[in-house]
Design a protein around this ligand. Sequence first.
Ligand SMILES: Nc1ncnc2c1ncn2[C@@H]1O[C@H](COP(=O)(O)OP(=O)(O)OP(=O)(O)O)[C@@H](O)[C@H]1O
Ligand SMILES: [Mg+2]
Length: 222
Amino acid sequence: SLYLRLEQVREEERTRTAREVHDHLSQLLTTIKLELSLLQKKLPPSNLSVQKSIGQLLDMSDGAIQAVKKIAMDLRPPILDDLGIGEAINWQAKEFMTRTNIKCEFVNDPNYLEIDLERSTTLFRIFQETLTNIARHAGATEVYVVLSHSNEYITLQVKDNGCGISSDQVSNLRSLGILGMRERAMAWGGDVQISGVPDDGTSITINIKRDNHGSKKGGRKN
Ligand SMILES: Nc1ncnc2c1ncn2[C@@H]1O[C@H](COP(=O)(O)OP(=O)(O)OP(=O)(O)O)[C@@H](O)[C@H]1O
Ligand SMILES: [Mg+2]
């Protein structure tokens, strides 16, 4: 489908940008940092104001290096390409926990299934949107995430213990987050089920087909 193709192009762009930002910019910043510390050694320690400025510049370059790493990681975590969806979800869950202070427990599929990169990316992007929503709307203290599969589907379930989504909110056509989740899943012959219980949390179940019999492209590859 066109949707899937556009998603793929966007994802390739993110991967490329992430790599360029990471490789070029962090290289450059590391060189700046190195030159600064050489300069610091050459200058007389007695010149306090200059030493202080260089110290600040060194701190700033450290900050910039960290920021670049984070931006590259957010664009496209290499863990997704290198270690697969289970590890990527695990990493994202931990990152979410440190960032928001919301506990996030992940139970990986006990029967390991090799999932191709395109499906992994779909699941990962939907997962990120569910977490963003939880942080923004749920007021939850705990999230529970389960990855599993059956003969036909790969399933990701994300439950939170927040305020619960209403059916009006689920079907609100003006909000793009949930719509985007559905479209992503539908492109793989799957769906997204959402249910909320007031004050008892929201549960989101994402199913995508394991093989290509859904509305997935008919053999056209790039
Ligand atoms: N985990 C959740 N708990 C409670 N309410 C939720 C949760 N997730 C979504 N909602 C509600 O459903 C609505 C729709 O979510 P959706 O992601 O589609 O849009 P949004 O987050 O408001 O905007 P965006 O388009 O930026 O994603 C939200 O505005 C919020 O009211
Ligand atoms: Mg949203």
